[in-house]
Design a protein around this ligand. Structure first.
Ligand SMILES: *[C@@H]1O[C@H](CO)[C@@H](O)[C@H](O)[C@H]1NC(C)=O
Ligand SMILES: *[C@@H]1O[C@H](CO)[C@@H](O)[C@H](O)[C@H]1NC(C)=O
Length: 234
């Protein structure tokens, strides 16, 4: 059978949704991320659980400890902070090492750092942490970036199945267009709720964007097409 291009793309997104793994990382309550290193594949998600919310997750680079990596992810802190029962979900796009820290003053210097796909020799997390300890201050970005804030329950449901993430996307999505404005505006995301923060954050990554663009009918249609394709092949 012949699949039209948009349907084929939706099909690919759906399959990658199904195969991607989620990795849970707890933020605090002490000055640690647990676990502090994670191995993740491209397309996997990192779900940061706030415990409580007096911390943040800020992406960095190995050579610039406690300094925000331009264009990197940032969960928000202070008036931008997620609620204690929210999570911040970041999609991993490749297997390059990722370093991150908490930008609350003194936390990075005290060792509140973490990594994804960091090497076990050379640019290790321990090397990053010892360089971080020697810095005098941390950079706090101005706007949430690179991930999606959502309520705890919704995140765990959406990481387990495509159907669940489709419904959570539509729940959050009525007012949210897939956003492309990453860092330009410093719009007033601060005091509004989770849905606004999610809508404002610059994450139109593959899975979330395609599911948001679609609707339950499309998803079920794709499932039906997969069934039809498999039936046709045997
Ligand atoms: C990472 O966590 C482990 C286990 O708690 C700990 O032994 C290690 O010192 C931590 N590494 C860094 C760089 O903080
Ligand atoms: C992956 O790409 C998306 C979309 O650009 C971005 O929001 C996300 O922060 C990126 N992930 C990492 C780990 O940089």
């Amino acid at each position: 059978m012949h699949l039209s291009q948009p349907v084929s793309l939706s099909l690919l997104s759906l399959l990658s949704t199904t195969l991607a793994a989620n990795h849970d990382i707890t933020v605090g309550p002490a000055l640690v991320f647990t676990p502090n290193t994670t191995t993740a594949a491209a397309g996997d998600t990192l779900t940061f659980h706030f415990n409580p919310s007096q911390h943040d997750i800020t992406e960095s680079e190995f050579g610039k400890p406690c300094d925000y990596k331009t264009g990197g992810f940032y969960s928000g802190s202070g008036s931008l902070a997620p609620a204690g029962n929210d999570v911040f979900v970041v999609t991993v796009n490749d297997t390059q090492p990722i370093y991150f820290y908490c930008s609350v003053p003194e936390h990075c210097q005290a060792g509140m750092v973490g990594g994804v796909n960091v090497p076990t020799s050379g640019d290790t997390l321990a090397s990053y942490a010892s360089a971080a300890a020697k810095t005098s201050d941390s950079t706090t970005p101005k706007a949430i970036a690179g991930g999606v804030t959502k309520p705890e329950g919704e995140a765990s449901a959406s990481s387990s199945s495509a159907a669940a993430s489709s419904s959570s996307a539509s729940a959050a999505g009525a007012s949210s267009k897939p956003s492309s404005a990453a860092s330009g505006t410093s719009s007033p995301v601060a005091s509004s709720g989770t849905a606004a923060a999610a809508a404002a954050s610059p994450t139109s990554t593959g899975t979330a964007a395609s599911l948001r663009d679609g609707n339950a009918g499309v998803v079920f249609g794709v499932v039906a097409l997969v069934g039809a394709a498999v039936a046709g092949m045997v």
